[in-house]
Design a protein around this ligand. Structure first.
Ligand code: COA
Length: 326
């Protein structure tokens, strides 16, 4: 199918959902497991507790499906309305992909479903990918999921990494706008730099398994603080907007100090920078949609509000998108 720019279909953002495991692991619990303290973790990261998967009930497929069901209901749709399911995850239940399992649980029989792997940038890359299928007129209703169970891949003896991560899933329903209605995806920018690939990995170990997460925390921190504002500015620029036009800024929830650095750099009201990592830790591809859903459920994000999201992480990969809610 080909399209000229003038015939591109608009995208609307019409429903969100999220799900986390019941089991909570606090900083105090972690201090029983490794040589750390609540004070060290909270002051360096902003994280106080995280939700940790407890068996099959909290598989990537089950968490993603729970979040997806909520987003479908919030959008006033049923599973049979869904044309495409994109599951952003780096912790698949099955190396062949988990999206098919989600499709089965949802009963979304008409949908085509596939996984997208882009670490903590997965939700942003997925949002741009989902939007292209809508813009080109191929699909009408797309369910975008970000779900990760990084607790499976954490070395629980490694205090430099085990304090950071949590498990969960978030979902967003994107829909083609009716004829002549505006496109609510206003701008985006995606970047990769494979030269930094060795800074954050879950490497294949050569024996039908993978090594636990390895990370150069200081370099990843520097990368995020330097690169994230650039992509936010570029996506705003392509939308003819300025940072002060934003109602909400939702960064990947990795570290409160990274959010604070971006807020300071832009000189925006800190209350506009969504933060919930104190309760969830870094849930990778799930962190942005969990935060988005929490702010939508609380009535803070309202129809027509301008929202910028930005993800960053392994790859290295990073990206931003600006959209109008609704
Ligand atoms: N508890 C107590 N001490 C700890 C610790 C913990 N959990 N983890 C590390 N330390 C110690 C180190 O061993 C080191 O001690 P030393 O000076 O005696 O060697 C000291 O604290 C400082 O370590 P350092 O790695 O320099 O800390 P930091 O200030 O860079 O903070 C991170 C570490 C991981 C919190 C920080 O680098 C970070 O957040 N980076 C970004 C990570 C990220 O967001 N990754 C995901 C991206 S998607």
């Amino acid at each position: 199918m080909t399209n000229t720019a003038s015939s591109l279909v608009g995208v609307r953002f019409i429903g969100s959902g999220s799900a986390v495991p019941d089991r909570v692991l606090s900083n105090y619990d972690l201090a029983q497991m490794v040589d750390t303290t609540d004070e060290w973790i909270a002051s360096r990261t902003g994280i106080k507790e995280r939700h940790i998967a407890d068996g099959e009930a909290d598989s990537v497929a089950n968490l993603a499906a729970k979040a997806g069901q909520k987003a479908i209901a919030a959008a006033g749709l049923t599973a049979s309305d869904i044309d495409l399911i994109i599951l952003a995850t780096s912790t698949s239940d099955d190396l062949f992909g988990t999206a098919g399992r989600v499709q089965k649980i949802l009963g979304a029989e008409r949908a085509v479903a596939f996984d997208l792997v882009a670490a903590c940038s997965g939700f942003v890359f997925g949002l741009v990918t989902a939007s292209q299928y809508i813009r080109s007129g191929v699909y009408k209703n797309v369910l975008l999921l970000g779900a990760d169970v990084l607790s499976r891949w954490v070395d629980w003896q490694d205090r430099r990494t085990c304090i950071l991560f949590g498990d969960g899933a978030g979902a967003l329903l994107l829909q083609a706008s009716p004829d002549h209605q505006p496109n609510n995806l206003l701008g985006f920018e995606m970047r990769s730099d494979g030269k930094g690939n060795d800074l954050l990995n879950i490497n294949y170990s050569g024996r039908s398994t993978f090594e636990p997460i390895s990370m150069n925390g200081q370099e990843v921190y520097r990368f995020a603080v330097r690169r994230v504002p650039e992509v936010i500015e570029k996506s705003l620029h392509s939308a003819n907007l300025e940072v002060h036009d934003l109602d909400w800024l939702i960064l990947h929830q990795a570290n409160q100090r990274i959010i604070d650095a971006v807020v300071n750099r832009f000189g925006i009201d800190p209350a506009k920078a969504v933060s919930n990592m104190g309760k969830y830790g870094n849930t990778s591809a799930a962190s942005i949609p969990i935060a988005l859903d929490e702010w939508v459920q609380a009535g803070k994000i309202q129809p027509n509000h301008l929202v910028a999201i930005a993800g960053f992480g392994a790859g290295l990969s990073w990206g931003s998108a600006v959209f109008r809610w609704g």
